[in-house]
Design a protein around this ligand. Structure first.
Ligand code: NAD
Length: 476
């Protein structure tokens, strides 16, 4: 398979100005897949200049035209689904079914925002005093810097590119260093779909932080939309403050799962496996802490153990495997260290608990007797490890679930009325009730507390890239 391995600036693929490259590694075996261009400061500023140069014309392009380009990108991704998935598997290590699911999810943002591009709302009304008409219109915020993580290399890019382009903003996409090939492919798709030169640019700056700061400091950049860790999000927010750049932040999670008394155990296990093991556990929405009522604890542990043991671990390109590699040996070692610490803090291993050689693999793992407040409960695991704590009192489970600085996602399994009541008490931007997955381009995705600012998807996603303008008109 051939990959795009250059920067994309002003409608041209080009190597970095100093000719430096960095390796992209296949985590399933540690081999080098490609050498990707490293962007220098002058490349980053050239990308900003290209986006700035294209902003006026793209902002003035008709919504219908922008919509049609996005729709075409959706169609190309539909036609090239397998190739799209394969690129993700190669550089990210995920299992093929996870990559196909991401390919399907990622392309939907192009379809959804193709539909939203032509429905940007405005207002026209009489002021209460009757002296004027209040007109509220929306215009593109301007050049937007889009920074994405490695865990969903396609969907996190399309979830930002689609609303930005629909709104009429020009963009600079900065993918994670581990997964630039998927981002470069998406950029190529947009070019083929008809995005004009300069409207989408791709850079992979090294060193990352200082060069991103240079772009943020540029007067033309008016938006930063970031998905990644809370730690880096904080740094970007500090940087954005200096030039008062609008910031949307999709940050880390620490999703609790509450299994209520009377929960349907089949539904609970099916949903819990999805919530935990989708994308190999490397999801900001992944179930991180399971609080299971003591009446169901024994059954839950036995059934989860058996379901986890059914996972077939191995290279994602082998389609019979259902759990691929983590993105790197370093990430795998982080997971291994967390499991060790959990044991040191009193947890017992019911299943797994070891790395697997030959690639960045970790066994599906089940921990029980996890102490609430232990390290593994306070850290995003980002791997295939299920950590279970038994509880007696539902109010206590809710208190433990909310006892975190994160507030992205939570899950509740239980009888309908009680599960709904519990969902209202959880401090999370998203709650899945009796189901293991909820992401949908048509629904608002985002977190409370230190999990983020703003929402992606839904009708709100496009508003993050639009600036409101109030115009006062005389009545007569
Ligand atoms: P990360 O924060 O390390 O990196 C994310 C991006 O930021 C990458 O492109 C990286 O190169 C870049 N970056 C690194 N240092 C930077 C700096 N100093 N300034 C600016 N950019 C910098 O995150 P990751 O390890 O790639 O991804 C995992 C994290 O992402 C997890 O915490 C996960 O919860 C989070 N995530 C959140 C969501 C969400 O929607 N809330 C979705 C997916 C992942």
């Amino acid at each position: 398979m051939t990959y795009f391995t250059d920067l994309y600036i002003g409608g041209e693929w080009r190597p970095g100005s100093e000719g430096r490259r960095f390796p992209v590694i296949d985590p399933s075996d540690g081999s080098e897949i490609a050498l990707f261009a490293a962007a220098t400061e002058s490349d980053c500023l050239a990308a900003v200049a290209a986006a700035e140069g294209a902003q006026e014309e793209w902002g003035a392009t008709s919504p219908r035209r922008r919509s049609e380009i996005l729709r075409r990108a959706y169609e190309i991704l539909t036609e090239e689904r397998e190739r799209f998935a394969e690129i993700m598997v190669r550089e990210n290590g995920k299992a093929f079914p996870d990559a196909l699911a991401e390919a399907d999810y990622a392309k939907e943002f192009f379809r959804w925002f193709a539909e939203e591009a032509v429905r940007i709302p405005g207002e026209y009304r009489l002021s209460p005093s009757g002296d004027k008409n209040i007109v509220v219109t929306r215009q593109p915020i301007g050049v937007s810097l889009l920074i994405t993580p490695w865990n969903f290399p396609a969907a996190m890019a399309t979830r930002k590119l689609a609303p930005a382009l629909a709104a009429g903003c020009t963009t600079i996409l900065k993918p994670a260093r581990e997964t630039p090939l998927t981002a470069a492919y998406v950029v190529d798709v947009l070019q083929r779909a008809g995005v004009p030169n300069g409207v989408v640019n791709l850079v992979t700056p090294i060193p990352t932080g200082p060069l991103i700061k240079k772009m943020l400091d540029h007067h033309a950049v008016r938006k930063v939309s970031f998905t990644g860790s809370t730690e880096v999000g904080r740094e970007l927010l500090r940087g954005a403050a200096e030039t008062v750049v609008s910031a949307s932040m999709e940050l880390g999670g620490n999703a609790p799962v509450i299994v209520l008394p009377g929960a349907d155990i089949d539904l609970t296990i099916k949903g819990s496996i999805l919530a935990k093991m989708r994308n190999g556990g490397s999801a900001c929405t992944a179930a991180n802490r399971f609080y299971v009522h003591s009446s169901l604890h024994g059954d839950f542990v036995a059934r989860m153990k058996s379901a986890l043991a059914d996972f077939q671990v191995g290279p994602g390109l082998d389609r019979s495997n259902t759990l691929g590699a983590l993105v790197s040996v370093a990430e795998r070692d982080k997971v291994a260290a967390l499991v060790q610490t959990a044991q040191d803090e009193g947890a017992s291993v019911e299943l797994g608990g070891n790395s697997i050689g030959g690639g960045a693999y970790y066994q599906p793992t089940l921990l029980v007797d996890v102490q609430h407040g232990s390290t593994i409960n306070r850290t995003e695991i980002f791997g295939p490890v299920t950590a279970v704590t038994a509880y007696e009192d539902v109010n206590e489970a809710i208190r433990m679930a909310n006892d975190t600085e994160f507030g992205l996602m939570a899950y509740v399994f239980g009888p309908d009325a009680e599960a709904r009541r519990t969902s209202l008490k959880l401090d999370a931007g998203m709650v899945a009730v009796n189901r293991g997955v909820l992401s949908d381009p048509a629904a608002p995705f985002g977190g409370m507390k230190q999990s983020g600012l703003g929402r992606e998807g839904s009708s709100e996603g496009i508003l993050e890239f639009l600036e409101e303008k109030y115009i006062a008109l005389n009545v007569d």
